[in-house]
Write a protein that binds this ligand. Sequence first.
Ligand code: DGL
Length: 274
Amino acid sequence: MGSIGVFDSGYGGLTILKEIIRVLPQYNYLYLGDNARAPYGTRSFEAVYQYTGEAVRKLFDMGAQLVILACNTASAKALRTIQQVDLPVLAPERRVLGVIRPSVEALANYSHNGHVGILATRGTVASGSYPLEIEKLYGQRFHITQLACPMWVPLVENNELEGEGAEYFIRKYLRELFAADRQIDTIILACTHYPLLRPLIEKQVPPHVNIIGQGHIVADSLSDYLRRHPEMDCRLAKGGKVDYYTTDRAELFEHIAGIFMGHAIKCKQIQICS
Ligand code: DGL
C-alpha cells in the first residue's frame, strides 16, 4: 500500500497539501520540498526537468503511487515529459499529476468579462503553458495577461510574509498587471507559493476582482480523479498520516511549515540528487 506524494520546490506546495488533506484526510501523504534548490522559477527548462525527475523518483522509492507536482513551474516544464517519456519506463502503473490543467478547467467559474491575469514565476510565464491550455480548452474566450513576479517566491522562502518589504513588491507587480489590462476581473495565483502572500495581495486588488488560489481546485480535482480511478485508489493506504521531507534544514522547515499548516510538524532532511 502506498502514499500520495506532494512535491514542490519549497514551501509553496503546502498551500496545496493543506487543502488536499482537508478534502481527503484519509490518505497517507509524503510532502517533499526541495528547499535547498529553490527557487525553480528562474531556472532553465533542463534544470527544472532534472530536479523534478529526481524528486519524483525519490518519492516513488519512498512508496508514493501517485505524485502531485504542487508546483506550477515543475508542472509547466517537466510534467509532460515525465508523463510521456519517463513514467512508461520507470513505473507504468504509477501516476504524476500537475496543477495547471485543473486550474484552467476551473477558470470558467470565476471570470465574468473574460479578462484574466496570470501571476506566476518567470519559468511558468515563459513556458506559455497557461495561455496554451486556456486556448485549448476555451478557444479565444479569454483575454490573458501574464506577469512574472520573481520577488514573491524569495519573500515566501524567507518567511517575509508581511511588512514594508513584502508590501512594496506586492504593490509593484499588481500595479504592472493592472496597467497592462485595467479590465482584469480574475487573477490566478499560478505559483503555489503566492497564496501565502494572499492577505497582502487582497489589500492591493480592487474588491470586485476574484483571486483564485489553486489549493481547493487541485484538491477537488484529485478527489474526482480517485473516484474515477478505483485501481489507483485501492493501492493507496488510508492511515491519515503525513510525513514531511526537505532537502534543506529540517528545523527551519518545521518552523515555517508549522506556522502555515496551523500545527507543529516533524520533518526529516533528505538528499534527492542522484
Ligand atoms: N511554487 C512553485 C510554483 O508554483 C515554484 C516557485 C519557485 O521555486 O520558483 O511555480
